[in-house]
Design a protein around this ligand. Structure first.
Ligand SMILES: Cc1cc2nc3c(=O)[nH]c(=O)nc-3n(C[C@H](O)[C@H](O)[C@H](O)COP(=O)(O)OP(=O)(O)OC[C@H]3O[C@@H](n4cnc5c(N)ncnc54)[C@H](O)[C@@H]3O)c2cc1C
Length: 492
């Protein structure tokens, strides 16, 4: 079947944080962009992170000062761009049985604060842990610790904000699309999908852990650096952390893990770190990883966490550029951009590695590189300072205006969507106006918004990536929701 060819400026493959940030920024610059994702948006590594927007205290040990400085700078920029989605967080380092000497941790925190430059977050300081609310959570013999500041986010919603920004600027974002063929013609790269073909002179391979596979499948004659895949697993626990603070904990093997607040009433524990050679389509949390994480955290806790406290688990794989010198634990988390030309001279940019925290900067550099090497680049460019949900909002007025909606639901709307939630709330005066209730604070109005605006095609998209309501919605409600989504996606 010959389908029509639509010509655009850039085709981005991969709807994780990096691909979506490139698509979003390119669209703001006036480029015609299409992004193609094989599965759901953010279904790869970008929904499997520890949710930290951070400089990476650990990378100081590796003396990767430039990455830490860059990431800390990004932390400040991103907190302004998505203040609803990226929140300051204090991390406690309990002073207990660490192999890293106390003086070295203090020095590290001093350097970390110094590298972060001017920013509104509190500087590192000591904290007594023998009193409320910590004394009943941590072991009795943990008397004090150090506290430092970083930020946390909801990773897949951050990707969604970039997707929405891209859409606002006329980009086409497609999820659940398989590439049938990819060829280079005289006129550009041609990507054939089931019902149409896109053509562009710039192609971006932002397929995260799939980057090598994609490259070797479609551009076998072009080189790509060797990548190392490292898997990390997380556990979601039914456990609220005191005072909404996080913990950085050193394990017996010298690695560090994080215990952070997740949704209200839940916390997130991770991550493990294992070289990975398995399937990218089915990345599972092993029993040995569960044992490792629970054992490591329980060293610090008065009431040990148990397997029965685990309500969800997820594992992801990060691709790291293999420098041939270091093991997986020591390889840099920084990204590498590789620009190549196909046999007919069209541009191919491959994104290698990277962190959630550095995605905006990565996208900025990717576009500078492409622009320098592109014959045609649009003149007009839209400035953007905040992501779509990050417009200023008076929270007190918001809570008052919609006080007929239960406070926990409003709080979730604010932290998940920011001002985006006004698109279904504006003009409503009663709870009934939000339509059918699915349970766990989910009303029809939000479901309809997600179906219409945020590319939801399956119940998992809605429950685990657009929201985290999969944690609290019961099975009967999930079935009801599945039916609604099915009717929308496949109307009869
Ligand atoms: C366990 C773990 C914890 C982490 N924690 C943090 C953290 O706390 N903070 C931080 O800053 N960073 C963290 N990271 C790193 C961060 O999550 C990743 O750097 C980032 O998510 C990578 O995004 P990406 O867009 O490159 O890849 P992905 O999110 O994996 O996106 C690639 C996409 O490409 C799609 N794709 C692949 N092949 C094709 C194809 N043929 N056609 C169409 N689409 C295709 C995939 O389906 C996927 O959605 C963590 C990583 C891991 C593994």
């Amino acid at each position: 079947m010959i389908n029509s060819i639509q010509t655009v400026d850039m085709i981005v493959i991969g709807g994780g944080i990096n691909g979506m940030a490139i698509a979003g920024q390119a669209a703001c610059k006036g480029l015609k962009v299409v992004l193609i994702e094989q599965n759901d948006i953010a279904s790869g590594t970008s929904s499997k992170s520890t949710q930290l927007i951070h400089g990476g205290l650990r990378y100081l040990q590796q003396c990767d000062f430039s990455l830490v400085r860059k990431a800390l700078k990004e932390r400040t920029v991103l907190m302004k761009m998505a203040p609803h989605l990226i929140k300051p967080m204090e991390f406690i380092i309990p002073d207990y049985k660490q192999t890293t000497p106390h003086w070295l941790t203090r020095l590290g925190l001093f350097v970390y604060d110094h590298l972060s430059g001017h920013n509104p977050l509190p500087k590192a300081h000591k904290l007594g842990l023998s009193t409320a609310p910590y004394h009943s959570f941590l072991r009795k013999d943990i008397q004090q610790g150090l506290v430092y500041s970083d930020a946390v986010t909801h990773d897949s919603r951050l990707v969604m904000e970039w997707a929405l920004l891209a859409k606002q600027h006329q980009a086409v974002v497609l999820n659940y699309q398989s590439i049938i063929a990819l060829t280079e013609e005289d006129t550009g790269w041609q990507v054939m999908l089931a019902d149409r073909t896109y053509q562009a002179t710039m192609l971006v391979n932002a397929t995260g852990p799939w980057v090598t596979r994609f490259h070797q499948q479609y551009f076998p004659s072009l080189d790509i650096p060797k990548m190392n895949l490292v898997k990390g697993s997380h556990l979601v626990l039914k456990k609220e952390l005191p005072d909404n603070k996080s913990y950085l904990l050193e394990c017996a093997d010298g690695r560090i893990i994080f215990l952070t607040p997740y949704e209200p009433g839940y916390s997130l524990l991770g991550t493990t770190e294992l070289e990975y050679g398995g399937s990218l389509e089915n990345i599972t949390v092993e029993q040995t990883e569960i044992a490792y994480l629970l054992q490591s955290v329980n060293v610090y806790l008065q009431n040990p966490l148990q397997e029965k406290d685990i309500v969800a688990r997820f594992a992801g794989v990060r691709p790291l550029v293999d420098d041939g010198l270091h093991n997986a634990h020591q390889l840099s988390r920084d990204y590498h951009l590789q620009l190549q030309q196909g046999t007919k001279g069209h541009l191919l940019l491959s994104v290698l590695g990277g962190k959630l925290t550095t995605h905006r900067r990565l996208a900025e550099e990717a576009l500078i590189l492409l622009q320098k090497n592109s014959a045609s680049w649009p003149q007009h460019s839209d400035a953007f300072f905040v992501l779509p949900g990050g417009e200023p909002l008076d929270e007190a007025v918001f809570m008052q205006t919609y006080s007929f909606i239960p406070t926990p639901i409003l709080a979730r709307y604010l932290r998940s969507y920011g001002t985006l939630c006004l698109s279904w709330l504006k003009g409503t005066k009663t709870l009934d106006a939000l339509g059918t209730y699915f349970g766990a604070g989910l009303y029809q109005a939000e479901v309809e918004y997600l179906l219409k605006e945020e590319w939801v095609k399956t119940v998992e998209d809605l429950l685990w990536r657009r929201t985290r309501l999969g944690l609290s919605l019961d099975e009967i409600d999930v079935e009801k929701l599945k039916e609604t989504i099915k009717q929308h996606v496949h109307p009869q």
